[in-house]
Design a protein around this ligand. Sequence first.
Ligand code: PAF
Length: 278
Amino acid sequence: MKTQLITTINDLIAYKNKLTKNSSIGFVPTMGYLHKGHLSLIEASKQNNACTFVSIFVNPTQFGPNEDFEQYPRDLQKDFKLCEENGVDIVFAPQASEIYHNTDEIAILPPKNMAYVYEGFIREGHFEGVLQIVLKLFNLIYPTNAYFGQKDAQQLLLIQRLVLDLFLPINIIPCPTQRDIDGLALSSRNIYLNKEERQNAIKIPLALKHISDSIKKGENKTSILIKSAKTILEGLDIEYFDICDYNLTPLSKVQKNKSLALLAAKAGKTRLIDNLWI
Ligand code: PAF
């Protein structure tokens, strides 16, 4: 079937009404500038659903006043072509005025211990914005399965809580982080990196690998793991680097299958995040 571009809520609802009842919908929410990471989510959705929806929307409410909302890379034409090539059924790419009607809208208050630490501490209000847009999109699309990358670990854990706490009948499917050949986690923001910054950026996956190797060798004290991995990160400006559980509570000892190493660092002006599910 041909990929359709939908930009209004009316057209989205009209399309949904035409779908056969009970046909499963896979949903991949994105902010566009699609890369192989997004394509792996689309692929996962295609394998398990009758119909795949991709949203492309640079959501203003999840950017702080000093963040890169205006500069965030956008290329709808290229994104649409990639969606066509990868068998997406619907690309939903609304204008902000279609999604936000009021300047002061009802929003969700995420759990304090999960949303105001790490990414949420640095990016004030970020997760309120993420949960607001994700809930709006869920309410419009009502997918059977929704696909999220493990690279945005804190976002993924919060969306799992959103679905759990608000009894949303949607399966959240975590998908593994996709990496470039040099190990750097794929991100739309990687295009900002110059050669030297990229050289420094690839120290991030190396530091995470160091943690994984040290755990395999028997080290489980998080302070020791972080201290030795930090020595690899010279040249980067570390914002946070810690090991926590899935409620984002810092741990003193690693617990297998229950821990997460989270790292955010700047290479030049570009913020990069990465993590290790332990
Ligand atoms: O991960 C992203 O790209 C965004 O945070 C999301 C989930 C599409 C919400 O705007």
